[in-house]
Design a protein around this ligand. Structure first.
Ligand code: ADP
Ligand code: ZN
Length: 346
């Protein structure tokens, strides 16, 4: 199954449930350089044998200017020129740095992605945002630039550890909450083992998430409006992630609960919806209760780009499957954090 999606000035080709061999066809006569990380490289050595490959260390630390300069050195060593295709194979770290390196190398060369984690397939590799962290600032330097293609080979997921499945499911659950109550119900009716054991079922939910992300990015590529909805759970979540140094999925899991508790006060979201989300997150091995210092979370929120005076934009739910943006005062957020921490105390 394949289709194309047009963004401003660029058409992106999506190939679902395809074998990796399709990449030869996509390259055509062009020279290609592959970029991957050390874990994916050692698990799938045979995939990279035929290609010039740049291997970066696995982990978020590779989203850095240092690895951009390492990649640039290697691209020069492989004599990559403006007609070379760069292919990123890996999780979100690899697709983010590949997209960034390719968009600035010689003022921009073509690139494609083969996402290898659930999170990259449903979120990180879609939508054209790329970049690196700078000092303590996540995604501080980057561009919005779309790949030429995305190739989804679900056999990569066979080696994905449970924790990485949960990280991906946190984003899948997010799409259910903000856009799609049917997806939410489908997740409720099953569990992680079900999707892990049935690639066709996994593919169906991956495609749903890709469709939602493409739709919202097409409407709002530069995040002036509805693309912001994708940040549901991420405002408090990112702050908690930074503070506790925990996996992204775990942090946004707590962030989504906090956003629901705020929604109960502001939009009248039913407490039953928040409870349903708690049960669902637990089903996908995501933590619902985390303990942290509320004032430290507030300090981080006060430095957020989305801050306006003593308020910050939050994504709230009207109901499961429908979200909106609200500007909330800091004191309301602080009180809700305290309420969240108390609720987890028993
Ligand atoms: P994410 O995709 O969650 O944004 P990463 O790119 O850091 O983040 O990937 C998460 C971890 O999973 C990394 O340690 C990476 O090396 C590893 N990884 C990526 N793809 C696979 C795979 N198909 N099988 C096993 N591990 C993988
Ligand atoms: Zn996320």
């Amino acid at each position: 199954m394949s289709y194309s999606v047009s963004f401003s000035g660029k058409t992106v080709h999506y190939y679902f449930d395809e074998g990796l061999q399709l990449v030869d066809q996509l390259m055509g006569e062009r020279k290609a350089v592959f970029i991957t990380d050390s874990n994916v490289h050692s698990l799938y050595r045979e995939v990279f044998d035929r290609f010039n490959t740049i291997v970066i260390p696995a982990g978020e630390a590779s989203k850095s200017l240092e690895s951009l300069s390492f990649i640039t050195e290697q691209l020069i060593r492989f004599e990559a020129d403006r007609n070379t295709l760069i292919v990123g194979v890996g999780g979100g770290v690899v697709t983010d740095i590949t997209g960034f390196a390719a968009s600035v190398y010689m003022r921009g060369v073509k690139f494609g992605f083969i996402p290898a984690t659930l999170l990259a397939m449903v979120d990180a590799a879609i939508g054209g945002k790329n970049g690196v962290d700078f000092r303590l600032h996540k995604n501080m330097l980057g561009t919005i630039s779309q790949p030429e293609f995305l190739l989804f080979d679900l056999s990569f997921l066979q080696t994905l550890p449970s924790e990485e499945w949960s990280n991906g499911f946190a984003e899948v659950i997010k799409y259910g909450c903000i856009f799609d109550s049917f997806l939410f119900d489908r997740l409720v009716a099953n569990d992680m083992g079900f999707f892990r054991n049935d690639p066709q079922e996994a593919l169906a939910i991956i495609q749903k998430c890709v469709d939602w992300k493409n739709k919202v990015v097409q409407e709002d590529e530069t995040e002036q409006g509805n693309r912001k909805l994708l940040n549901f759970g991420h405002t408090a979540g990112h702050a908690i992630e930074k503070l506790l140094n925990i996996p992204h999925g775990a942090a946004i899991s707590a962030g989504m609960i906090i956003a629901c508790m705020l929604s109960e006060q502001i939009t009248g979201l039913g407490a039953d919806a928040t409870n349903a989300l708690r049960l669902l997150l637990t089903r996908y091995h995501l933590p619902v209760w985390l303990s942290f210092d509320a004032s430290e979370v507030m300090d981080i929120l006060k430095m957020d780009k989305k801050r306006k005076n003593d308020r910050i934009d939050f994504i709230l739910l009207d109901k499961i499957g429908s979200a909106r943006i609200e500007s909330l005062p800091f004191d309301v957020i602080y009180d809700t954090l305290i309420e969240y921490l108390h609720a987890g105390d028993h």
